[in-house]
Write a protein that binds this ligand. Structure first.
Ligand SMILES: O=P(O)(O)OC[C@H]1O[C@H](O[C@H]2O[C@H](CO)[C@@H](O)[C@H](O)[C@H]2O)[C@H](O)[C@@H](O)[C@@H]1O
Ligand SMILES: O=c1ccn([C@@H]2O[C@H](COP(=O)(O)OP(=O)(O)O)[C@@H](O)[C@H]2O)c(=O)[nH]1
Length: 459
């Protein structure tokens, strides 16, 4: 049987839980299949003779982890620069936040070339290679240039925006052309697939063939949606652990007189966190019955904080939370608890189960795994309600959530009020339907269906 080689910027030890959806999902997937997981070590090392990072390998169960250090310049231009100041904002529809600094592209190309060189030395002829996310779009082209003939698939974890938005990236032709070096390109949603096909046919002159295959530049690539899922069984097991039970009990005790609303995100402008706080403020204004009762608990895990837009967001949020607590708070009630810290993953199920409402309100999100985790964590006899942005990839699947528009403050306040007062029977019905979908399309379905399609693609 062929070995699976997974390549991603961010790795996690597959036997240790991690924050960030990609690392969580890939760790859980690789635990099943075994194989090689290659990517950035997370370290910055400037002291090598050739200026190139060392390769480290170690085993973790059935998985070999192979990682490369980056030097400071590459970290700044590739990770903070091209990946997180060009591709991340544009792919999340935020052209206003993009910084098209020409220095970034060189770093992005250099690191993709470095990864290709280091990885090639580890490859076997019959490996199946699965590359992940926007950091590594040109990796297959670099591997092909070095003579690699293996099957290579690509999965994009973030949204793919409409054609004209992509076209704002000065190097969009080069970037999108490099997708033709893959045999299969997987996206999170049907909306992303339609944007990709439209871009390829209108901007790249591609011909659309049967089965969503596109032909251009002497190559054919298939583009399909494979919405990522969670490991439902593993998350349930996590929910039954002592840590999860303790978290649940202590949160229930602390908020016994309150209705808890919960948000868990990386502190990222794509997650719609200020919009959520404004909607909560509107809720208290319009429906005063919630005063002294509703409490918004927001866990905002630090992320990419040396990129300007993230620091700005942090300040904005601190101001908003301070204002709402000042305006509405009382001696015995703080409406918002904002925690700028990562909570250990083992605490996530207990927090979700103790909350009456799960607030997942991104302005754009590739998928959003927290939405799925929130549902799985609920007590089926007395489930909480998921309030979900229609702009999260998850909304294409989770139609039984209360779908909201995060730009509509009033509408979102009304939906939160409806969630807080939803009759038990309706909560149970919605929860059953959501759980069925999440269980059916779990992370193993995602991995198996992507790899089956990659195996069936013409090499
Ligand atoms: O690695 P970081 O820069 O710290 O960021 C964490 C990850 O964020 C993004 O996650 C995405 O993948 C999730 C799983 O498919 C998806 O649910 C979510 O909507 C995406 O935002 C990013 O795409 C990853 O590469 C990062 O590792
Ligand atoms: O403080 C935190 C914040 C997030 N997470 C986990 O990190 C993942 C976030 O994935 P998601 O797809 O929602 O968003 P991303 O951060 O990847 O954009 C989920 O599994 C969360 O449970 C966590 O364990 N602790």
């Amino acid at each position: 049987m062929s070995r699976l080689v997974v390549v991603s910027n961010r790795l996690a030890d597959p036997r240790k839980p991690a924050a960030g959806g990609l690392a969580v999902a890939l760790g859980e997937s690789l635990q099943r299949t075994g194989g090689l997981w290659f990517g950035w070590s997370g370290n910055i090392a400037d002291n090598t003779a050739d200026g190139e990072g060392h390769l480290h390998t170690r085993s973790s169960g059935k998985v070999t982890l192979a990682t490369v250090d980056l030097n400071q310049n590459d970290y700044e231009t590739y990770y903070e620069g091209y990946a997180n100041s060009v591709l991340w904002p544009v792919f999340h529809y935020r052209l206003d936040l993009a910084d098209f600094n020409t220095r970034y592209l060189a770093g992005y190309r250099r690191v993709n070339q470095l990864f290709a060189r280091k990885l090639k030395a580890l490859l076997r002829d019959d490996d199946i290679i699965w590359v992940h996310d926007y950091h590594l779009i040109p990796l297959a082209a670099e591997l092909r240039a070095l003579g690699c003939r293996q099957r290579i698939g690509f999965f994009l974890h973030i949204p793919l925006p409409p054609a004209l938005m992509l076209a704002a990236i000065p190097q969009h032709e080069w970037l999108m052309r490099s997708l033709f070096s893959y045999d299969l390109v997987g996206l999170q949603s049907e909306a992303d697939v339609s944007h990709c096909i439209r871009y390829m046919t209108t901007e790249a002159g591609a011909e659309l063939l049967a089965d969503q295959r596109l032909r251009a530049h002497n190559a054919t690539v298939q583009v399909r949606a494979f919405p990522i899922g969670i490991d439902v069984q593993e998350f349930r097991r996590l929910g039954q652990s002592q840590d999860a039970l303790d978290t649940y009990e202590s949160v229930r005790r602390e908020y016994s007189r309150r209705q808890l609303l919960l948000g868990i995100d990386r502190l990222d402008y794509s997650k719609g966190i200020p919009q959520r706080v404004r909607a909560f403020s509107e809720l208290l204004e319009r429906y005063p019955d919630n005063e002294h009762s509703a409490t918004l608990l927001m866990i905002a895990s630090p992320s990419r904080d040396s990129v300007h837009a993230y620091a700005d967001l942090r300040h904005e949020l601190e101001g908003l939370c301070g204002a709402i607590n000042g305006n509405f708070g009382d001696l015995d009630w703080m409406p918002v608890r904002y925690i700028h810290r990562t909570v250990a993953r083992r605490r996530v199920p207990g927090l979700c189960r103790a909350s009456r409402v799960g607030l997942v309100t991104p302005l754009r999100d590739g998928m959003n795994l927290v939405a799925k985790e929130y549902v799985v964590a609920q007590d089926p006899d007395d489930p909480g309600v998921l309030v979900l942005s229609r702009f999260a990839g998850a909304a294409e699947q989770l139609k039984d959530a209360l779908l909201v528009n995060p730009y509509d403050t009033q509408g979102m306040a009304e939906s939160i009020q409806a969630a807080l007062h939803m009759p038990l029977e309706e909560r149970q019905r919605r929860h059953r339907a959501l759980l069925e979908n999440i269980t059916r399309f779990d992370v193993h379905w995602w991995r198996e269906s992507f790899l089956a399609a990659l195996g069936a693609s013409s090499p």
